[in-house]
Ligand binder design. Structure first.
Ligand code: NAD
Length: 328
């Protein structure tokens, strides 16, 4: 019989692509989202599918969550408040990622569900051990800097996942996602630099680059994260493990802005504004390199990323053009 999966944060970028693929593979999917960042348009195409049910629910609402988790085999916990800037409050990040995840693990324990938890490459912090491996030490910055609240909240969640695994035998998998994007990303700050740059280039706005833009990121297309997540969901060898997922190609932030401008073919000159780190982040030190070691993902899951970063940019630029009604 087809398994029943509950996805938290289903209307977000990763959740909405995951629901498409799981429905294609005959799973039953219950999706929840409070629509704080996600969009109903990302999932509405599946509303007529009898194997999909969507509930506008917050993960902080434990009473509803625990009822929805009854009869669920696997929970994929994606709902989170992601990166924040120094001018935002960190309270939502700490509350939703902390308390919300506690609710998910507790509900999973009640009904014996497997949990796939979405962690992040941000937990590697400023570590210089490259490429980043799952068993390496982590190097986070001081607590006065709000930006670290995201990494700290996800690390707390990872520790919690292992507590539920070791103390209660709950089958958990921790996936450390490295940056990914698609046209369903949030095109503002929380969606990451590539979607934000694409939107600005297409609208002929200034592209704001932090520092000199020499810092590199390993970014990939969302389908690679989805493939890895489904492999983890279907493979019992992943239980009790932390696994990096993403693309190990590196590209500097500045290079990605130029590539986006080339691919977008707007006929306009790229407008870059370099802003010193201190002006954007205060005392937060930006990460200069981020690159995953994917050996464990390959060994346990048979995972390798398939979409080159340049192809991922081409696809997203073309999809975003359609969304914005740009025909050339
Ligand atoms: N996209 C990436 O590059 C990336 C990288 C590392 C980790 N991750 C992790 O993967 C997960 C999904 O990321 P994404 O890119 O799809 O993010 P996203 O912001 O597009 O999706 C997150 C979804 O969670 C929902 N949400 C937020 N707070 C909620 C709450 N209290 N109750 C219910 N729903 C809530 C939002 O409305 C949104 O639809 C997150 O946990 C994120 O930390 C993503």
């Amino acid at each position: 019989m087809s398994k029943r999966v509950l996805i938290t944060g289903v209307a977000g970028m990763i959740g909405s692509h995951l629901v498409d693929d799981l429905l294609n593979k005959d799973y039953y999917v219950v999706g929840i989202d409070n629509l704080s960042f996600g969009k109903i348009d990302n999932i509405s195409v599946n509303f007529n599918n009898p194997r999909f049910k969507f509930y506008h629910v917050d993960v902080l609402d434990f009473d509803t969550l625990k009822i929805l988790c009854k009869d669920i085999d696997i929970i994929v916990h994606l709902a989170a408040v992601k990166k924040i800037s120094e001018s935002d409050s960190s309270m939502k990040t700490l509350l939703v990622n902390g308390k919300g995840s506690e609710h998910v693990f507790e509900a999973a324990k009640m009904w014996g569900c497997k949990v796939i938890f979405a962690s992040t490459s941000d937990v590697y912090g400023m570590s210089n051990e490259l490429p980043h491996s799952e068993d390496s030490d982590l190097l986070l910055g001081p607590s006065m800097i709000k930006r670290w609240s995201y990494a700290v909240s996800k690390l707390y969640n990872e520790q919690m996942a292992f507590s539920y695994y070791k103390d209660y035998g709950l089958p958990i998998v921790v996936l450390r996602y490295f940056g990914a994007f698609s046209s369903r990303a949030n095109f503002a700050w929380s969606g990451g630099h590539i979607p934000m740059f694409i939107d600005r280039v297409l609208k002929d706005d200034e592209v704001v680059v932090h520092g000199d833009g020499a810092q590199t990121r390993s970014m990939g297309y969302v389908t690679d994260l989805i493939d890895g997540t489904i492999l983890a969901l279907e493979n019992d060898k992943a239980v009790g493990e932390i696994i990096n997922l993403g693309n190990d190609e590196e590209m500097s932030v500045l290079e990605s802005a130029h590539l986006i401008s080339k691919v977008a073919k707007t006929g306009k000159k790229l407008k870059i504004k370099l802003v010193p780190f201190k002006e954007i982040f205060g005392e937060y030190k930006d990460i200069m390199r981020r690159k995953p070691n994917l050996a464990k993902a390959e060994r346990i899951l048979g995972y390798t990323p398939k979409v080159k970063m340049e192809d991922a940019i081409v696809r997203t630029v073309n999809e975003r053009k359609k969304q914005l009604g740009i025909t050339c």
